[in-house]
Ligand binder design. Structure first.
Ligand code: EPZ
Length: 418
């Protein structure tokens, strides 16, 4: 397993360009199953999760060719309607093929994702929503066996604004008979990007980005000539924190600031300065950040996917920061590793109290999940001395060549190939 070796204590300066959004690319790739045609998707990031989704589609019969960051996906001859455990267990977002398979082919066999480091992460809301649309669903031997003659439009209410749940039902409803209303829908920009792709294929969708989405089913969807996915707001937010935590000065290109309002406001409270320029967003970190409290919430609230990164910055802030994680029940796996580097953090239930210390000290640490690994990279960049991060395959799931981008910003980083 690869490791990252980081010599910290240097402010990061320079320019970085944000890649395509992982959490928009994955549902949009799954949505290609809804139509028989050739899709051209641009700005698809080179990430492990994307490769897994491509493998899943290929096993179903899709033909995929890649030119730079453009994926050409031909879904004219899908013959296998199964998403097997060996792939699903490595990438929970595989559940996103369930809605499209049911809507277009009337059958699907999809492995239950199982838990993951940050929480149990059930998919009950996906299943209940599809059953309400007329699907017959059995759970056996860890698999979801689903079939439907033709899904029919209905009203689906989500107890929790689930992101992939909203995406699954929106995709299924695009080909259903009649109109579906999703209430308490997720409002994330990635949900809107998926809706925009579906609309470009001829779907009739109103309200994406609000908590009520109306989808009027159509009989067929036809791929557009091409489509470019949105930039990754969590990658952009991660670089903002890197500038803020290291006292750096980073110009971030292809950053959609409107997707990051909560994060930007909190970083401004911490003393980070933002300047919109013609080339992009310039982010200037203070000598030492101020302590700021955060509470993760569904979009447009402070994103849970930025909590671990922000905590790394708070470990060296002036004062004490209270961090509440309200989305996942176990998303503090990075705390124990940050403590190994000298952070002063105590956890009570879903609340972490972070008392700023003068300086972190480099140490060997272990990544446990995608955003925790980003948190450890930030800690390594600001710590005095050497940090070695093990199991960085977690990082490669969601960040494209993060080490190379950081080296171009002046970081002293080496990837140790095992
Ligand atoms: C999406 O996961 C993202 N993944 C996650 O990003 C992100 O952290 C999460 O949304 C929250 O923003 C993708 O988009 C591929 P949820 P998702 O369904 O859809 C509970 C990353 O780092 N829930 O919105 O799986 C669930 O347990 C990843 O890129 C149910 O109880 O999250 C959680 O507590 C990590 N039943 C809450 O809802 C369900 O059927 C929100 O989960 C579904 C969800």
């Amino acid at each position: 397993m690869d490791k990252l070796l980081i010599f910290g204590g240097r402010p990061l300066k320079g320019t970085v360009t944000i890649g395509g959004a992982k959490n928009a690319a994955l549902p949009i790739m799954a949505s290609t199953l809804l139509s028989s045609g050739i899709h051209h998707l641009k700005r698809i990031p080179r990430l492990r999760d994307v490769f897994t989704m491509a493998e899943l589609l290929k096993r179903m019969g899709a033909e995929i060719t890649i030119e730079n960051d453009t994926y050409k996906i031909n879904t004219k001859s899908i013959f296998n309607f199964e998403a097997s455990y060996d792939l699903v267990r490595t990438m929970r977002a595989s559940i996103l093929v369930l809605g499209p398979l049911l809507a277009r082919f009337g059958k699907a066999k999809v492995s239950l994702p199982g838990g993951c480091a940050i929480g149990e992460r059930p998919v009950n809301l996906h299943i209940v929503g599809l059953e309400k649309m007329g699907a017959k669903i059995d759970l056996q031997e860890g698999y979801i066996f689903a079939k439907a003659n033709r899904l029919r439009g209905t009203k689906v209410y989500f107890d929790i604004p689930t992101v992939t749940g909203t995406e699954n039902i929106m995709m299924a409803a695009s080909l259903a008979k009649g109109t579906t209303i999703i209430e308490n829908a997720a409002k994330e920009p990635e949900v809107v990007d998926l809706a925009n792709y579906l609309i470009s294929m001829g779907a009739k969708i109103n309200g994406a980005g609000t908590s009520i989405i109306e989808i009027e089913g159509v009989n067929e969807l036809i791929p557009p000539k091409t489509y470019e996915v949105i930039p990754d707001r969590i990658e952009a937010g991660t670089f903002m924190v890197i500038a803020g935590a290291s006292g750096g000065d980073i110009l971030i290109k292809d950053c959609r600031t409107e997707f990051l309002e909560a994060v930007i406001l909190k970083l401004k409270d911490a003393g980070v300065v933002f300047r919109e320029t013609r080339e992009g967003l310039r982010v200037i970190g203070p000598k030492k950040p101020n302590a700021v409290n955060i509470k993760t919430m569904p979009y447009p609230g402070f994103p849970t996917d930025m909590q671990a990164q922000f905590m790394a910055m708070m470990t060296i802030a002036n004062g004490t920061s209270i961090i509440k994680e309200t989305i996942f029940e176990n998303r503090f796996m990075h705390v124990a590793e940050l403590r190994r580097m000298g952070a002063d953090i105590s956890v009570e239930g879903n609340t972490a109290t972070v008392r700023g210390v003068k300086q972190l000290k480099g140490a060997p640490v272990m990544a446990t999940d995608l955003r925790a690994s980003a948190s450890l990279v930030i800690a390594g960049l600001i710590a005095e001395g050497k940090t070695i991060i093990d199991r960085i395959y977690h990082l490669d799931r969601g960040y494209e060549e993060l080490d190379k981008k950081l080296i171009s910003l002046g970081a002293k980083i080496e990837r140790l190939k095992k």
